[in-house]
Design a protein around this ligand. Structure first.
Ligand code: PXG
Length: 471
């Protein structure tokens, strides 16, 4: 992934320099080039309110990425702070191991089950989405062992999928650059192509390509043997891979294949869950009935770290009926303060009808403006579902096969200019990604679009000047 920020402006606040020195001397940050980080120094974010961030230089920045795809209810929600503080006064920590529990973990489990797709009534809590995927992997293999089919171990996932950064998460993910560090993937994980029509659909129509990409799952099952395959995992919409929205034909085909072939279907809802697509879960948007769903991010709007795996009754029942301990758990599984914050977050989302708002109000409003960006000379495709979208930057509009000579250069340039224009967007290769807080107002959406148009114009002019656009 391209690192998020290059501090391109001069530093005026002496505290900024002090913090940057601390970074250089002590902090190994995630997904960062340490040489570059030491040279340039991180941008220091000091506070946030609503959909805006402030850095230590006093710049106000519209957060088009909701933190890291997570701050659904926006920043500065006192209710979440109060809920976590009250819980910390009452019971700051107790574990959920060895036949114990506490009220917030149980109340949160019930609250999530009420929102989840029908028949999905159980949850195992973790500290993050990555841990959720590690849990998922152990759980599905344990499930098949209990079912008397211990040879069903392989998990099929997708090239360019993202499932986290732990050993299992990065192995399940299909990011080659991650696999190259640390000898991944671990054995027992197979990757199939992604349903990325714009980049890889060739001459097929999107619908034909969706069927083809789903067919790759069936061909992988045939190759590996049905008796060896435990599960298929995919994000309803790929997030970190570049907001890849599958063709309409994809998910129905995948669901059919999983059912027919007796393969568990895992929908990684870490980004799509909790309203991002205008439904509580991405699975509901696509009519998927998953067996397991890793969750995190929007569950607590990122105020405190919490994730988990939702488990369908048909899977959970196998554990309950067979008995025997599941030897797995994290000290912070179901941390009381995190659960209390998540409960308050879900209460806000329900009270303010944020999911409905994405489906019926701000979602369609932003989507219309977003699609209009598709007319910009630098944009090959402008796609969005709910409140998550991508702009494909291209050197020659109308020709999907033409890419920039050096992949990622246009994206990085655009991303840096975007920051200078007071907006956070992520660059993935040469596409620009947006995933704003679900509370985004119409005025803030207009502000965001205006900043994007200015940034696209500047990026286009710079690329043109350097001769990097097709003639
Ligand atoms: N699954 C999915 C679908 C994710 O998007 C994870 C699992 C892992 O969650 P944790 O909580 O362990 O980070 C994620 C996380 C990016 C970016 O730059 C995306 C994620 C994390 C960090 C950066 O797009 N997604």
């Amino acid at each position: 992934m391209q690192s998020e920020v290059a501090m391109s402006k001069p530093v005026n606040n002496p505290k900024t320099r002090e913090w940057q020195a601390m970074s250089r001397e002590h902090h190994l940050a995630p997904f960062s080039d340490y040489q570059q980080l030491a040279e340039v120094g991180p941008r220091i974010i000091t506070k946030a309110e609503g959909v805006y961030l402030w850095d230590s230089e006093g710049n106000k920045i519209l957060d088009g990425m909701a933190g890291l795809w997570c701050v659904a209810v926006g920043y500065g929600r006192e209710e979440l702070v109060q809920a976590a503080a009250a819980q910390m006064r009452e019971l700051p920590f107790y574990n959920t191991f060895f036949m114990t529990a506490h009220p917030p973990v149980l109340e949160l489990a019930k609250a999530i089950a009420e929102l989840a797709p029908a028949g999905m009534n159980h949850v195992f809590f973790t500290g993050s989405g990555s841990e959720g995927n590690d849990t998922m992997l152990r759980m599905v293999r344990h499930y098949w062992a209990l079912k008397g089919k211990p040879s069903k171990k392989v998990i099929i996932s997708r090239v360019n999928g993202y499932h986290g950064s732990t050993v299992a998460g990065a192995s399940l993910g299909g990011m080659k650059f991650m696999h190259e560090q640390g000898d991944l993937p671990i054995p027992g994980i197979e990757h199939i192509p992604q349903p990325y029509w714009f980049g890889e659909g060739g001459d097929m129509s999107p619908d034909e390509f969706g069927v083809w990409a789903a067919g790759e799952l069936e061909r992988a099952i045939d190759r590996l043997g049905e008796d060896k395959v435990a599960a298929f995992i995919a994000e309803p919409v790929q997030g970190a891979g570049g907001v890849i929205i599958p063709p309409d034909t994809y998910w129905p085909e995948v669901s059919r294949i999983c059912r027919k072939r007796g393969i568990l279907l895992v929908a990684d809802e870490v980004i799509c869950g909790f309203g991002r697509l205008g439904s509580w879960f991405g699975s509901q948007h696509y009519g998927i009935e998953p067996d397991l769903m890793p969750i995190a991010k929007g569950l607590s709007s990122g105020y405190l770290p919490i994730g988990g795996v939702m488990v369908a009754d048909r899977v959970a029942d196998a554990f309950i009926e067979k008995g025997g301990e599941f030897f797995h758990g994290y000290t912070y599984s179901g941390h009381p303060a995190c659960c209390a914050a998540a409960l308050a977050n879900l209460e806000i989302m329900q009270r303010e009808k944020l999911v409905e708002r994405v489906a019926d109000d701000i979602g369609p409003y932003l989507q219309a403006k977003w699609r209009a960006l598709g007319d910009h000379p630098l944009v090959g495709e402008a796609r969005m579902v709910g409140l998550v979208g991508a702009l494909e930057l291209v050197p020659a509009r109308g020709d999907r096969s033409r890419k920039f000579a050096s992949v990622g250069e246009a994206g990085t340039l655009c991303r840096d200019l975007c920051f200078d224009n007071g907006l956070v967007m992520r660059a993935v290769r040469d596409s620009m990604i947006i995933s704003p807080p679900l509370v985004l107002s119409h005025e803030e959406a207009d502000d965001m679009i205006a900043r994007i148009v200015r940034t696209l114009d500047q990026t286009h002019a710079a690329l043109k000047k350097d001769g990097r656009l097709a003639a």
